[in-house]
Design a protein around this ligand. Sequence first.
Ligand code: AMP
Ligand code: ZN
Length: 112
Amino acid sequence: MSCLFCEIVEGSIPSTAVYQDEQCYAFADIHPQAPEHVLITPREHIGSLADCIEGDHALLGHLLWTAAQIAHAKGLTNGYRVVVNAGEDGGQTVDHLHVHLLGGRPLTWPPG
Ligand code: AMP
Ligand code: ZN
């Protein structure tokens, strides 16, 4: 089964890389919702946060840690938001786990 973000991680679909290591790949969102909008995704295919297993603890921590490091590198000293949409009600549209990092403007709450 083809997966958009697996193809982005592999490089067969182009993206603007922000950061990468052996566990994750971070790239610019194609439809940014804020001046800074980065997606941090595991290299391995995991469909959703809801599909994670106990053995994914460290990977999930790494994705959050990476989001914070990117926010720091981008100078988002006034704050930022990290979001994971999961499943239909969560508004997930790409079925490969990813963390959104949004910053560079004040963000309202609650989300829609
Ligand atoms: P979600 O709705 O949480 O599943 O987020 C999916 C995100 O992927 C959306 O913010 C899209 O704008 C983004 N997106 C979809 N296709 C691409 C692409 N080819 N390159 C970069 N971001 C993408
Ligand atoms: Zn995938």
